[in-house]
Design a protein around this ligand. Sequence first.
Ligand code: GDP
Length: 364
Amino acid sequence: MTMYKCIGCGATLQSEDKTAPGFVPASRLTEEDVICQRCFRLKNYNETPDVMMESGEFMAMLNSIYEKEGIVLKIIDVFDFKGSLIPSFNRIVGNKRVIAVINKIDLLPKSTNMNRVISRAKKMLADEGITANETIAISAIKGHNLDQLLNLVSKEAKGQDIYIVGTTNVGKSTLINKLIEDSTGEKDVITTSNIPGTTLGLIDIPISETQSFIDTPGVVVDSQIAHFISPKDLKVIMPKKEIKPKTFQLNEGQTLFISALARVDFVKGERSSFTVYASDKIKIHRTKTETATDFYGKHYNTLLAPPEIEHPVLILDAETVSFRTTERSDVLISGLTFVSVDEDVQIDVTVPKGVEVSLRPSVF
Ligand code: GDP
């Protein structure tokens, strides 16, 4: 019997297990161009999926790419740099050429210097041991720089397949849909949503007799803030449009809360400006460091919401990273915010345990 695949997520269609990937009623099993029930619900009702694949299975599918010929587009969410990195990426890629695609640049203020964004991204990738032959900044949603991307792709791929690789939520499906739409006029072939793990299986999208775009499973990495909050809350904290930065003048001994998910303590330094880049839905509060923990305990689901959280995570299950800046720098809290701080300040950044925090020379 021919096994068909869901045209939304690539999972093999089956009618035995409603909770497993690719479920459709038995009567539809032998039809072509079928979308599985899960993709149907995601697409039409934006419902949370019932199934989550284990990271091991995602990795196994990615590992299968290692053997194949082609080039890799490594998609990186500009707002979640660390959460965009796949462990063992080089092992997955083998000898293929890599184009690093920095996505979602529409979220950055218009005044942002894109050359700087790219050069910082290159440096951060190099620090992670990832070699990219080319790096480009795009917006899949707005279509910024897609022509340049396609030019790069045709130069690098030389007729070979193009594997689109990334962690979940970086915008792979959106990008591929856009590329398909541009070339065929068809819309929303691949499911997109805010929910981690939407894209299952490898999806082959032929663009000529011999060449395909291949969408790969979104790898779920634990450092993404998506794993600490519900899909509903993820929608709240993910900025949807150009971020309007908010600047606070702080003295040492003051603390900024970024919703109830992060706190930045100004430990030592001259009076300085702290500029927060985050979704406009997120409330930011300044308070004294001395009383900050009490403040948090009282207000974590009122003043410091949304999102609402089940328990006071910054008290019960948090970790603190300390930095001292030697130049104007951005503190990156994966998926939640960037905070730009001045030169020569000492800060403690507290986040839910496991969320990545890092420092880079400022791009702003
Ligand atoms: P995938 O899991 O990597 O396939 O990611 P999706 O394509 O499903 O996108 C995840 C979320 O990011 C969705 O809410 C998209 O609307 C959003 N997204 C994707 N590309 C962009 C972009 O260029 N700009 C912005 N602002 N959001 C994007």
